[in-house]
Design a protein around this ligand. Sequence first.
Ligand code: TPP
Ligand code: MG
Length: 344
Amino acid sequence: MSGISDKSLLSDRKFLRELMVRMMTVNQFEEKIFELFGQGLIHGTMHLCIGEEATGVGTGAALKKEDYLLATHRGHGHALGKGVDLRAMMAEILGRAGGTNHGKGGSMHICDFDNGMLGANGIVGANGPIACGAALTIKMKKIPDRVCAAYLGDGASNEGAILESMNLAAVWDLPVLFILTNNTYGLSTPLERAVRNTDLKQRAKAFGFPAWECDGNDVLAVYETVKRARDYVIQEKGPVMVVEYTYRTSGHSKSDKNLYRSQEEIKYWQERNPITRFRCFLTENNIFSDEEIDRMQVEAVQAVSDAVDYALACPEPSAEYLEKDVYAGEYAGVYGGPAAGEES
Ligand SMILES: Cc1ncc(C[n+]2csc(CCOP(=O)(O)OP(=O)(O)O)c2C)c(N)n1
Ligand SMILES: [Mg+2]
């Protein structure tokens, strides 16, 4: 596997190790919250990204810390890949005050401005307009070397808001990096039933900007493709799309009974999951031994376990702060809400 063009990457053991540990951490995170949900410790719903670990981690590794990022409803891997703190994310999902959003946002609202993470979003396609706004800020303030990356799914690619955003980003030359994770399903609908033309990179071309595609289960291919796309956005000062082909082996959300796909199909992709593939690549190329990779797995398991301990030790947010952080200070009057820190 891995048809990467930059062979020098193969001698960067620290970087390769980091990619593997991060993917394992995302995977462990998802497995652990699945378990905690079953214990009644997590409320609402959540969308796991098991099988898609390389998209969040490879993409995040190609972005700079200061780059803006918008994650989807399936955003845990997107956030962890961008460097959001593991403990704070676990606390958020468990609804604790030590969370990224002080326990008031949960799985689909995770944000962390210090890491450029502007937020996950439960509204399919909503990232497009927000990305245009963030990218317009970059452009108007002439912020050098910064892009806004916005994830969307194959299902979201049919939303009017996404199509309008692609057009706006193109005509206004906005530095938006559209990251389309094509996992072949929008909820239970296979892509070929939703559109006649399943080559989604042609969407970008229709609006007049380039698109690249990559094997989204190959973390190095994702990294290289997004890096190249990011360079293009900076140099050409306009939008680009990257289509990452992947597959979620976990259900759509907590209530998925997988009635729309066969067990054989799921098994096929489980065997081709990004972590196993990267392990084979690293061992076959004598970069790491199986024992070294096993130790990475232990590290990831421990980090997630530590995050759970941290989260469960945090208090729940106090009702007194219910309306805090809802409106940004100077806009509070405009929308009629209290300013942050103001009495409501
Ligand atoms: C505007 C809107 N329409 C419908 C939904 C319900 N919904 C949540 S996720 C989803 C499927 C999205 O598919 P895709 O964009 O391919 O992302 P994936 O779930 O595959 O990661 C739908 C229809 C929603 N949250 N928002
Ligand atoms: Mg999808």
